[in-house]
Design a protein around this ligand. Structure first.
Ligand code: CAA
Length: 293
């Protein structure tokens, strides 16, 4: 049942919990604090990661202040709203909890299983997964109707789109709340079915995979990038892979390949490049070349 519910009221959000304090998690934690104006707690597996996440958010607020995107008062207000904790107990009074932990089904399910013991019975759970099945993730919950996919794009602050993934179990209230939250964050939400890769990564994995395949079959990086230019993407497929993160990109390609081996290119070449550190290099004349896997 994909489609917006009509007359169900969204739940009011008074506190947000973010599971994970990595790059993407801290970007959207900042967005929640800034746009929803409610306390936001981030958690991770150890204090060092939590502290790094909070610190990253604070520096991003300073950057917004330097660009005069927020007033000094707002900057202080946003900073005061964000805190970190290694304990899930900090989520006890959150009504919206979103996860951005490692993109592996068992890890996400484990986190949700534990979180459901702590949070209020009517708190909503969201996942920022980019390609895992949201229904399968929710199968460990005693109330899977409270789970919805809420998939941001990199860079979170800039990209206007958000995929809201509705499973067969997602309740109308959960969906209505997700849509209301997206609107407050000033994102354009599209509601997608719980299908592998949803909408965006289905398309992107094909483009990025074919770009990688082109290189591995012998066409130079710069030529593939030039050839992809008519698609009108704001950056070349390789720059986009670097922006998304090479291990994440490889993971996305792999999961699509596992689902449809004939249609999607696997992430093997990208994993070898990830070990090297970066795709794009430049030759002596400054022209873009690439790391040859
Ligand atoms: N974080 C925060 N802000 C950023 C940023 C970042 N990483 N990168 C750029 N910006 C901001 C800049 O600060 C700038 O803001 P101001 O106007 O306030 O100065 C604005 O964005 C424009 O930046 P630039 O002028 O430097 O650069 P640009 O015009 O070339 O745009 C871009 C940069 C927005 C990244 C653009 O190239 C773009 O849209 N690229 C495509 C990104 C994309 O397709 N993302 C989806 C990836 S797929 C994914 O995320 C899904 C997944 O599950 C794997």
């Amino acid at each position: 049942p994909v489609g917006a519910p009509t007359d169900v009221e969204a739940k009011k959000i008074t506190k947000v919990g973010v599971l994970g304090a990595g790059l993407m998690a801290s970007q959207f934690a900042l967005l929640f604090a800034r746009r929803l104006g409610v306390p936001v707690v981030i958690t991770d597996v150890d204090q060092a990661r939590v502290d790094a996440g909070v610190e990253r958010i604070r520096s991003s607020v300073d950057e917004l202040l330097a660009k005069k995107r927020v007033s000094p008062d707002d900057a202080n207000r946003i900073k005061a709203l964000v805190s970190g904790s290694v304990s899930y107990d900090a989520f006890a009074d959150a009504d919206w909890v979103i996860e951005a932990v490692f993109e592996e089904m068992s890890v996400k399910q484990d986190v949700f299983r534990k979180i459901e013991q702590v949070i209020a019975p009517d708190a909503i759970l969201a996942t920022n997964t980019s390609s895992l099945s949201v229904s399968e993730m929710g199968s460990v919950l005693s109330d899977p109707s409270r789970l919805v996919g809420f998939h941001f794009f990199n860079p979170v602050a800039v990209m206007p789109l958000l995929e809201v993934v509705r499973t067969e179990q997602t309740s109308d209230e959960t969906l209505a709340t997700a849509l209301a939250v997206a609107k407050t964050l000033k994102k354009t939400a599209i509601i997608t079915a719980d299908q592998p890769g949803f909408v965006v990564n289905r398309v992107l994995a094909r483009v990025l995979g074919e770009a990688m395949r082109g290189v591995e079959e012998g066409t130079p990086f710069a030529t593939v990038a030039e050839g992809a230019a008519p698609l009108g993407l704001p950056m070349s497929p390789f720059e986009l892979l670097e922006l998304v993160g090479l291990p994440v990109g490889a993971h996305v390609l792999d999961s699509h390949h596992a689902e449809w081996p004939e249609r999607f290119y696997p992430g093997d070449g990208l994993k070898r490049i990830a070990e090297h550190g970066a795709i794009l290099t430049r030759d002596k004349k400054g022209a873009v070349t690439g790391y040859d896997p």
